[in-house]
Structure formats: structure tokens, C-alpha cells
Design a protein around this ligand. Structure first.
Ligand SMILES: [Zn+2]
Length: 166
């Protein structure tokens, strides 16, 4: 039996897989209000050519549109990778009640790894935080993606070298 957090994280993983399909870094999220998913998002940074197209930002936009309110104080966001500084900032700004993270991001995460922007006493809002939900599944998905990417790059390099030699 899955816990409620695991159930919604599975939905976030489904979103991450959509990113994977278009060769984006697989990161996905959902926003839940009153035990219902009100918004979904996945990483489209390359497709849209914009650094603003992170999964969380796109889901926050949709949730605000749906609720007609920039405040998401009674919502929970489930995301497959620890939010960056931009997304963590947006999560504080929209007063997200709770954030559930699968995998931490040691080099760039801003929910405890590099800094914990979600829970700074100095800001006017702190977000409840749960980490490590379906961590293994999400970490594997990410490391597989980067492994494939390195393979592709290697192949490309080899191909170029061959072309140069001919
Ligand atoms: Zn982000």
C-alpha cells in the first residue's frame, strides 16, 4: 500500500517522465489541494528555451490560474527533485503550505542542501517540508538520464572525429 505522499509523488514522477520523453532533465511536480491534484508541471527548459520553465513554476502558474489566487496557502507541492533558488523563492512567495521532495540536489538544492530558503525565520512565510519520499526511484531516473546523455555525447564526439578524419 502506498502512503498518500507516495501516491502523489508517483503522479509527480509521471510528469517527470513527460520531460524525459522530450529529452529534458526529468523533473516533475503536482500541486494538491483538498486531496485533489489541481496543477501539474514538468521541466521544459530546453523546449521553451527559457530558464523560467521549471516544473514548479509552471505548476504554480496553473494552480494560481485555477484558484484565482496568487496565494496557495492550503496547497502541497510534490516534486521529484529538491527545488532550486528560483522555485524555492516562488514557493515562499505563493505561501505554499507544504512541500514534499523525493531526491535532494546536493549541488543546487535550496530546500536544505545548499541553503534552506523554504524555512528561513527571517522571511514572512515558512513552508512545511518532507524529504526522501520515493527518493530511490527518482534518483535512479535522474542518474539514468545523465548516463544516457553522456553516452550520446560520447557517440557524437566519436562521429565528429570520424568525419574530421575522412
Ligand atoms: Zn527550479
Amino acid at each position: 500500500m502506498l502512503t498518500k505522499d507516495e501516491k502523489y509523488m508517483k503522479e509527480a514522477i509521471k510528469q517527470a517522465k513527460k520531460a524525459l520523453k522530450i529529452d529534458e532533465v526529468p523533473i516533475g511536480c503536482v500541486i494538491v489541494q483538498d486531496d485533489k491534484i489541481i496543477a501539474r508541471g514538468y521541466n521544459k527548459r530546453n523546449q521553451k528555451g527559457s530558464v523560467l520553465e521549471h516544473a514548479e513554476i509552471s505548476a504554480i502558474k496553473k494552480a494560481c490560474k485555477k484558484t484565482g489566487d496568487w496565494r496557495l496557502e492550503d496547497c502541497t507541492l510534490y516534486v521529484t527533485l529538491e527545488p532550486c533558488q528560483m522555485c524555492a523563492g516562488a514557493l515562499v512567495q505563493c505561501r505554499m503550505k507544504r512541500v514534499v521532495v523525493a531526491s535532494m540536489n546536493a549541488k543546487a538544492g535550496c530546500a536544505g542542501s545548499v541553503i534552506n530558503l523554504l524555512q528561513m525565520a527571517q522571511f514572512n512565510h515558512q513552508v512545511e517540508l518532507t524529504t526522501g519520499v520515493l527518493d530511490e526511484e527518482c534518483s535512479t531516473m535522474l542518474s539514468d538520464f545523465f548516463k544516457e546523455l553522456r553516452k550520446k555525447k560520447k557517440k557524437l564526439k566519436k562521429l565528429r572525429k570520424e568525419q574530421e578524419e575522412n
